[in-house]
Design a protein around this ligand. Sequence first.
Ligand code: ARG
Length: 573
Amino acid sequence: MRALLDILSDEVRKGFREAGYDDAKITVTVSNRPDLCEYQCNGAMALAKEAHKAPFVIAEEVVGKISGSECFSKAECVKPGFINLHISDAFLASYLSEEAEADKFGLETEKPEKVVVDYGGPNVAKPLHIGHLRAAIIGEAVKRLSKYIGNDTLGDIHMGDWGLQMGLIIAEMQARGMERMPTLDELSEIYPAASEKSKNDEAFKNTAMDITYQLQHGNGKYLEIWRHIMDISVADLKHNYDKLNVSFEVWKGESDADPYITPMVEKMKQDGYAYESQGALVVDVTRDTDAKEMPPCMILKSDGASLYTTTDLATLVQRQEDYSPDAVIYVVDKRQELHFEQVFRAAGKCGIVPEKVRLSFLGFGTMNGSDGKPFKTRSGGVMRLEMLLDEVYEKCLERMKQSGSDIPEEEVNEIAEKIALAAIKYGDLSNEARKDYVFDIDKFTSFEGNTGPYILYTMVRIKSIMRKYRESGGDTSGLRILPPTNETEKALMMTLAGFVPMLCGAWKDLAPHRICAYIYQAANDFNKFYHETKILTEEDDDRKRGYVALIMLTLRILETAVDILGFEAPDMM
Ligand code: ARG
């Protein structure tokens, strides 16, 4: 289905052509003076010089041609040569009815792509902490958006499962004379203890490094312990990500890149891209256009050990072999930007991925506490993800009690969980990913304002109207959206007509915050309409059914949007 703005643009373009002008650059945009009109076209201005005519004269000629159009109820020229447009109510209603009936609201995928989203990136055996929250939330939203757009999409968790933390844990187990495999609880105590010890105990650290080296070179005994740690950690990770409504199609990690490293490095050497510099093996990734210094991309350290860049490049080799993706999107802390720039350049230069593959880095900012510093627990420690979820959940329970809801006891917990998830995710996603933001529990859990709970509250309100409508015998099949009767209703309709273009834009720019801005607008438009309109008590039955059709579409759009963002609305709250 064509976007409303495209249809309107075409209509105005036709007017320009009929009046004898070049229409190549003519577009219609949403008005920046909504008090004057709904849409506008500024095309006459650009044509004036060439046509040797005043823009106003051109605009008048065009208005003469389009005034009979079924799309517009009014088209007028304003000095110096703007064309102000009002969309026709009947046309808007028929457009929305078509949108409501179309699959995916009329979204068409021109060319479905194969997309890999690399997000999550937890480090195995270390506790999941707040730093991993944004990766999970934003990555999941980007992945779901990609799927909705129609792409064949894989989310890969890319665990940090091959590094020094594994050597540290095994070294500590040995130091303690532990004969059996550790439990999850033991693990969460052993790693911090070992990490602490390594800071002061040089010999211990060397042992851990040696074990890491041996593990990476196939030591059977260490591999067995590693596999055990992986099993229990992955089960725990799954449980934690489940709570966040985050899931991955691919559970690979840095360790899976290992077999690809040696052949990759050999080829890089053979092709002459990798060379030795101060004992290390590097690839030069500078470009003539670089304004800033670009350090060479390190492939192997002087002791032959691989690095973070090595595993990321080897992972691209694996992804190319297994999926040949059109795009790979990394959702990672923005402080890793240089790392990814080096990886992308090296991957292109060394032919690891073909030129046409888009490698994108969606770097996110830090989640801060109200003091403006990275979020910590009350006692100042690193906040574990589970603790945060619990805290927000408790707050939501409290709010539900305050608002005096009469929800049956057995459903309260599940509902509070849904609200908590919306509070956390919307609080995060409504900010542009790149920016740091303050995690403010009071604000995020509020049922009013630009928050997740407010969006859910709006959806619950529509669900409740729909329930009453059905209970009173109302039929929901064959409903048609009618032309709006007032400006408030029209505003809601115009917002709903913009859903698919908004989604396409959010995908193109990897900007999930636009989905939040959109649903906030839609929720506000709906609530205004709700307060001004008697929906179920409307006496004219056709009108009433038209209203129901409109709010049903509103709900479906909100449901689709929050599902892309990775949360859902309860039936009551
Ligand atoms: N494990 C890494 C970290 O905690 C994030 C991994 C991101 N993904 C990647 N392909 N490097 O910093």
